[in-house]
Design a protein around this ligand. Structure first.
Ligand SMILES: [Zn+2]
Length: 400
């Protein structure tokens, strides 16, 4: 059992780390003032954190009388965390430092076969990536999953887009890596990334909406993610928008995801295009090509995106009235065309949501775009480190 003084010290240590993450360059005096703890306590915590390699001095600033104040920041050459973002078509792996910068990353196509085969291949990819990382201390691996998780057992209960059910993900990683493995739902990870390192001030309640192949939302109230009674909360993509609309992967009709996701945009564009061209088997364009076309002003691509924005406006208006959020951050591949999407969505919310709710909400594009979940998954490892729940880690030497 931890004594209460140890608990207080651990909490102070975490607060110091978070304060330096938010505002690199603070001095000990500024930390003491901001956190309302004694300069002596801050001094002793900083000494410990310096010893651990988590905090470094970045020189002295102008003196305010007496000794010049020493500026501190999290050690950008210190421990790193591995983030893994399991997407429907792509697995992204990255290495994040304590300044919130991705030092290395790679994407590999996700081959969908069967649970174990997929997972073993992904673990191997992560192993390779870690092996090529020249030096540093890896303190853990964070995995972002587009699905329902059983965090206690480290299990993916169901991930429709990956075709996974009841998969012991944490164990599969733990068999290969000595470091702690943490898991998080991908949209929650994306919101965490914005909150920790993004340009967006994520005030409460905040929402992150991923507009990718599917559509999902992270809902955070009182700084806690809403999971729901069956861990299904945030399934914005399956809100029925048009009962006579397109068939959805969930079996219903007219879900937001079936009308306005990246996949929906791609399918609709290619269908209309081949009809217009009177060439039934014209080679379909990828989503990214379609978004590019729209940005360049191609009429059909613009029309299809306008329709998507209209349905997204409806979906987000429902969210705005239901949760009265302060911030909605929009991310995912579709936001590559954020210049075309953001304005009509915001306009729809402002003309259709209850006026007080519309006035309170700021809708913005994600700072990290398609890297958000990756950065968030790795940040979760740092969160564990800051809370003192995992050790700083072991030196990793390059494998030859
Ligand atoms: Zn659905």
């Amino acid at each position: 059992m931890m004594s209460s003084s140890q608990q207080v010290r651990l909490r102070n240590r975490a607060n110091v780390l978070h304060a330096l993450r938010r505002r690199p360059g603070l001095s000990k005096i500024a930390l003491a003032r901001q956190l309302r703890i004694s300069p002596a306590t801050v001094g002793s915590i900083i000494a410990g954190l310096t010893e651990e390699g988590l905090v470094v001095s970045i020189g002295a600033g102008p003196s305010t009388g007496g000794r010049p104040a020493e500026h501190l920041e999290l050690n950008r050459a210190g421990p790193v965390a591995v983030g893994v973002d399991l997407g429907q078509t792509m697995v992204r792996i990255g290495i994040l430092n304590l300044a919130g910068k991705l030092l290395a990353q790679r994407s590999v196509p996700f081959q969908r076969h069967h649970n174990e085969v997929d997972l073993a291949a992904i673990v191997t990819q992560v192993e390779e990536m870690v092996g090529t990382f020249p030096h540093g201390t890896i303190c853990g691996i964070g995995v972002a999953v587009p699905g329902l998780l059983d965090l206690e057992r480290g299990m993916v209960r169901y991930a429709a887009n990956l075709g996974w059910r009841n998969l012991m993900l944490r164990d599969a990683f733990a068999q290969v890596f000595g470091q702690p493995i943490v898991m998080i739902r991908n949209t929650n990870a994306a919101l965490l990334a914005e909150d920790w390192w993004g340009n967006v001030v994520t005030r409460d309640p905040s929402i992150f909406v991923t507009l990718g192949s599917g559509i999902g939302a992270a809902l955070r109230v009182d700084r806690h993610f809403i999971q729901g009674a069956a861990a299904v909360a945030g399934e914005l993509g399956h809100i029925p928008i048009d009962p006579s609309g397109m068939r959805c992967s969930c079996g219903q009709r007219g879900c937001l995801e079936a009308m306005a996701s990246g996949r929906a945009v791609q399918e609709r564009y290619n269908r209309l295009r081949s009809r217009r061209m009177a060439v039934p088997n014209a080679a379909p364009l990828s989503l990214s090509e379609i978004l590019q076309q729209a940005m360049e002003g191609e009429e059909l691509a613009r029309t299809v995106l306008e329709e998507a924005a209209y349905y997204l406006g409806i979906g987000l208006t429902i969210l705005t009235n239901l949760l009265n959020p302060a911030v909605i951050v929009l991310g995912g591949e579709l936001m590559e065309a954020s210049d075309l999407l953001l304005r009509p969505i915001v306009q729809y919310i402002h003309t259709h949501a209850l006026s007080d709710a519309a006035a309170a909400v700021t809708v913005v594009a994600s700072t990290f775009r398609s890297d958000a979940a990756l950065i968030g998954a790795a940040s979760l490892v740092f969160d564990e480190l800051f809370q003192g729940r995992i050790p700083v880690g072991e030196e990793v030497t390059a494998m030859t």
